[in-house]
Design a protein around this ligand. Structure first.
Ligand code: GRF
Length: 206
């Protein structure tokens, strides 16, 4: 049985697309069961529908507060038997309601080499800081913003003429590689959270 994935995406959905493409390969150990967006017109929802995957818009205006919204998120994901949630450009802060329900079973991608540059505009921060190496991180989700245990990272060079956009594009190409890689590691049972670290077992479960 392939691991059922839920994907939370607010926008463009290029990481969602990389995940959908990976799931289309016969040997990939996971399949997307549901894509949820907080924005009605998110291109991510169109990408899901085009791949024949259920796409759900959950409108924040229909809920009294963050906890009520996240409660609905959790119910929808659990109703589809989701075993791993992937936040892929999810622009809402997630409350403890969600974190508690999916602790150790929710992951996020962030466009920096964490713990450098958490939060918004990571690529801009990298350019402004003059770092020579940037990159992307897939990590487990915890209560903080981009603070959870790190699963996979990939580095890219920062070129002297880089703008925020050129650097973002370079980082994005490695995001699309490492997100499916992290999902595979999880699905194969090769990740163990030990304190704030993730131990990666090089051997699959068999
Ligand atoms: C990516 O850069 C991701 O790292 C960040 O938000 C962006 C989402 O892009 N969390 P996309 O919607 O997957 O194209």
């Amino acid at each position: 049985m392939r691991l059922a994935l839920g994907v939370l995406a607010s926008g463009r959905g290029s990481n969602l697309q990389a995940i959908l493409d990976a799931c289309a390969r016969p040997d990939f150990p996971a399949a997307v069961a549901l894509v949820i967006s907080d924005r009605e017109r998110a291109p991510a929802l169109d990408r899901a529908r085009a791949a024949g995957v259920e796409a759900l818009w959950l409108n924040p205006k229909d809920f009294g507060d963050r906890e009520a919204y996240d409660g609905a998120l959790v119910r929808e994901l659990q109703a589809r038997g989701v075993g791993l949630v992937c936040q892929a450009g999810w622009m809402r802060i997630l409350s403890p309601v969600y974190i508690r329900a999916f602790r150790g079973r929710a992951i996020n991608i962030h466009p920096s080499l964490l713990p450098a540059f958490p939060g918004l505009h990571a690529q801009r921060q990298a350019v402004e800081h003059g770092v020579k190496v940037a990159g992307a991180t897939v990590h487990f989700t915890d209560e903080g913003v981009d603070t959870g245990p790190i699963i996979v990272q990939a580095a890219v060079p920062v070129e002297p003429g880089d703008s925020e956009d050129t650097l973002a594009a370079r980082i994005l190409s490695v995001e699309h590689r490492i997100y499916p890689e992290a999902i595979r590691l999880f699905a194969e049972g090769r990740l163990r959270i030990v304190g704030r670290k993730v131990a990666v077992n090089p051997e699959g479960r068999g």
